[in-house]
Design a protein around this ligand. Sequence first.
Ligand code: A2R
Length: 313
Amino acid sequence: MKSLIIGGAGFVGGYLTDELSSAGHEVHATCLETENIAENCAVHHLDVLDKEAVCRLFDEISPDVVYHLAAQSSVALSWKLPQMTAEVNIVGAINVLEAARECGGDIKLVMIGSGEEYGCIGADSCPIKESEPLDPNNIYAVTKAAQEMAAKVYARAYHMNIVMVRAFNHSGPQQSSAFVISDFCRQIAAVECGLAPPEMLVGNLSAKRDFTDVRDIVRAYGLLAEKGVSGKVYNVGRGNAVSIQYILDTAISMSHSDIKVKRDPKRMRASDIPVIEPDVSEIFRDTGWKAEISVERTIEDTLNYWRKNLKRS
Ligand code: A2R
């Protein structure tokens, strides 16, 4: 099996490369010229905005499966750079769809979107089913909804083999500290090695989110490539939201340092959705996948990652 990961240098890309390599796939991964990437795969430089280059790469590799991860993936940055976000996430995705169409054959495409596409979800709509109307609430979410709609059109019009994913919060070692689990763990590690005073800066702790370990997420992507039904959209998540307070308490309980919690107005969001939790029965039905790694283990592994990496820096 020949797999091509587009956007292989990001947080998820490295884990997906490991998952597919250890399953015996021939793995090809792309990154931008400015990025570093693990060496356990064939590496190709690619900007998804260069349509000819995307087509050339598909012709050169003739992949069986393509995972499209390349994106401007930050919600915050999408407010600051809406045009760039739209270009990379929508035009980039269409370039990938076009390249697969032109390349022909029976390539399976796994297009990675986001739980953000649902927008402001009321607690009564949880767990959120894939049939819930999309109501994106930020520019990043708009672009991911557009990517998904374009992919559906290609699946229908050209009978292409495409599955679409709405991934909910995922976390684990190596994630940027712009995300909450990684942020809390990094702050604790900084206290422990004397780089910061013994306090934690936090935002809204009552919001509940659905956290899945990145190693489970990439296992889901592999199974969707194998067993996902073409033209279908799948929620990918644990299906069991926990409060940010629980994440905080669990992370602090793993440290021997005496850490005081402090509210940081900069970390409070004007409108935070109280609970986001997906219904994950579709992916379970079609692939048998469900999350296996506990939230506690994700926190522990992320904390240990920061303990090692902050000490080194
Ligand atoms: O923005 P950078 O320099 O970190 O590069 C990102 C890369 N990327 C591109 N690749 C090719 N052509 C472009 N024009 C382009 N612009 C950005 O895609 C990064 O290396 C990768 C996406 O990885 P992350 O930002 O770390 O996202 P993550 O957490 O791996 O999520 C994977 C997918 C994304 O589509 C998310 O929107 C979705 O899962 O949740």
